[in-house]
Design a protein around this ligand. Structure first.
Ligand SMILES: Cc1cc2nc3c(=O)[nH]c(=O)nc-3n(C[C@H](O)[C@H](O)[C@H](O)COP(=O)(O)OP(=O)(O)OC[C@H]3O[C@@H](n4cnc5c(N)ncnc54)[C@H](O)[C@@H]3O)c2cc1C
Length: 328
């Protein structure tokens, strides 16, 4: 594992700062496989284009689907100790992975252990970080817990939603968060109440470098039929205003003065394209993949939009989509 010691520490979700000796990736795969139980999956060179909704991006050197918190903890602590870059992938619905892929370890909480959703009573649900937001919304409806309907159409996981403070239709996940558990880079598990954490519009910065494990969400008493009706309304509103083609949702955070989609439309950039990446005709803040795009096309398109917003409207657009990985 000598080659590995040359890698500098990389926080979750950011660019590795050093060139990575990819020849060492088979050592990494072997080392991680030696740390975890037989039920955890360890794979090499997993293409991330098939694990992200935007459908672009190169491979992950090592891809771990842990079967337990213990395996996850061992793998993260080992990477931290050996200064191997690592990051968590949720449902990949807010990610733009560069064409060179992701160096080091990518962790995917897709084992059924991380999918559990439990009714705790008093309108509270315990949700594993890997559970899908749609499943959470359905479970809330089945237990007559209101308020979580907006999660239905967001194609992410609970972990990704906490990191992004995901929201729609006037609600966001932190509004309904009671407490959550997470793992730090030493592999130690902590629990915090919502009030102990800083969170903002589409971001919970303390989760950078940490792994969300589970959350307790609290709704309000409601009857299943009204919840079902609200979910249907929210679903109809969503699909009449957003494209069906592969995307990563909203590309940019909304600036204070004007919604990003409206600004992009006013700049005349709806329909603009580079390679296989296009600004959606349906919603200016969505970039879609026509099936042939590479990450580089999306990066250029983002740059073009930011440049145009800056020079023509004096507005700085910041990406909501998380851009990760390395150039080929
Ligand atoms: C069609 C479409 C519609 C969308 N609509 C909305 C919307 O209405 N509102 C909205 O807010 N978003 C929306 N999104 C964006 C996206 O679904 C959300 O941001 C979602 O919360 C991302 O979850 P994910 O599991 O896919 O995370 P990923 O995209 O996999 O990851 C996003 C970030 O979260 C981190 N992360 C993931 N899991 C964990 C974890 N367990 N612990 C710590 N960090 C973690 C990743 O490292 C990464 O930095 C939409 C996306 C699409 C494609």
């Amino acid at each position: 594992m000598n080659a590995m010691t040359r890698i500098e520490m990389t926080p979750v979700g950011t660019q590795p700062v050093q060139s990575y000796t990819r020849e060492a990736r088979s050592d990494l795969v072997r080392a991680i496989a030696g740390l975890v139980g037989a039920g955890s999956r360890v794979e090499a060179d997993v293409p991330l284009s098939s694990r992200t909704t935007l459908r672009v991006g190169g491979p992950a050197d090592c891809f771990l689907t842990p079967e337990s918190e213990e395996d996850l903890s061992r793998a993260v602590a080992w990477c931290d100790h050996h200064r191997i870059p690592w990051m968590v992938l949720g449902r990949g619905s807010n990610l733009l992975v560069r064409d060179g892929g992701i160096e080091g370890l990518v962790i995917h909480l897709n084992h059924p252990f991380f999918h559990r959703i439990e009714n705790l009573g008093d309108n509270r649900l315990l949700c594993g970080a890997g559970s899908r937001l749609r499943q959470v919304a359905n479970a809330a409806r089945d237990h007559s817990i209101g308020g979580l309907e907006f999660l239905e159409g967001i194609p992410g996981s609970v972990g990704g939603a906490l990191r992004m403070n995901a929201g729609a239709m006037g609600g966001e996940i932190f509004d309904f968060l009671n407490s959550f558990r997470f793992l730090d880079s030493d592999g130690t598990i902590h629990e915090l109440d919502r009030d102990q954490v800083d969170y903002h519009y589409r971001s919970c910065p303390m989760l950078v470098g940490h792994v969300a494990l589970s959350a307790v969400l609290t709704g309000t008493p409601s009857d299943s039929d009204s919840i079902r009706r609200r979910m249907k309304q929210s679903n109809e509103k969503r699909w009449s205003s957003q494209p069906a083609a592969p995307s990563a949702g909203c590309t940019f955070k909304n600036p204070a003065r004007i919604p990003a989609g409206k600004l992009i439309e006013e700049l005349g950039l709806k329909g603009a394209s580079i390679g296989g990446a296009r600004v959606s005709e349906v919603h200016g803040n969505f970039m879609v993949n026509d099936g042939t795009a590479r990450a580089a096309d999306f990066l250029q398109l983002i740059h073009l939009i930011q440049e145009s917003a800056r020079t023509r409207a004096g507005i700085e657009l910041h990406t909501e989509v998380q851009i990760v990985g390395v150039e080929p």
